[in-house]
Write a protein that binds this ligand. Sequence first.
Ligand SMILES: Nc1nc2c(ncn2[C@@H]2O[C@H](COP(=O)(O)OP(=O)(O)OP(=O)(O)O)[C@@H](O)[C@H]2O)c(=O)[nH]1
Ligand SMILES: [Mg+2]
Length: 205
Amino acid sequence: MQSSTSTLDAPCASLTHTCWTDSAKVKEQERELRILILGLDNAGKTTIVQSLCYGADTAALQQVEPTLGFQIHSLDYADFHLNLWDIGGQSSIRAYWRNYFEQTDGIVWVVDSSDASRLPLVQQELSRVLQQERLAGASLLIWANKQDVAGSLGVQEIAKALQLPKSDDGRHWSIHACSGITGEGLLEGMDWLVQDIGSRIFLLS
Ligand SMILES: Nc1nc2c(ncn2[C@@H]2O[C@H](COP(=O)(O)OP(=O)(O)OP(=O)(O)O)[C@@H](O)[C@H]2O)c(=O)[nH]1
Ligand SMILES: [Mg+2]
């Protein structure tokens, strides 16, 4: 796994829904994927990206600053070249998320599982994003983050609160428990995401 950046920032349970209705397209030469990392402020998006791309240690991860715009990070993962767009989640920035939706292969939605009080807002914002036509075909990975925090909600509770798409919706989604700080659950989530996108848009040998 190799990474680089551009300057433009409990046991793992999971639930998966896959519906093979998308038409395949061939992008064999590139194997390059555009992944949007979204979620409310303080969810842990940047922490996860720093952990995945650079293997940053706990002390460094705990000093991550809020993202006031966006950062693009590149990650070579499982034979794919991923461009990870880590976009700030503060309410003033959410209005600009739509500027990044074009040609997105995967959405990573990060949830602070220790903050039950904001789950209704998380549900609203996620629902708004999933209604965007430009994101209609994108695979959706939800990370129920901060599982290391005592009292955090599990994936079943988060999935219920987020009212994840029904089986006839056509959206490919999977939710995974994780911790950006300990790294728990991150690779399982990434594995699902690249495998799902790969199966959908590339002709796999
Ligand atoms: N305990 C714990 N803390 C976490 C975890 N992930 C992130 N944090 C902390 O949560 C806070 C917010 O993390 P960020 O990565 O900045 O969150 P963000 O989603 O990028 O926030 P914005 O950039 O404002 O949208 C930081 O203090 C992190 O150290 C986790 O898995 N466990
Ligand atoms: Mg951030």
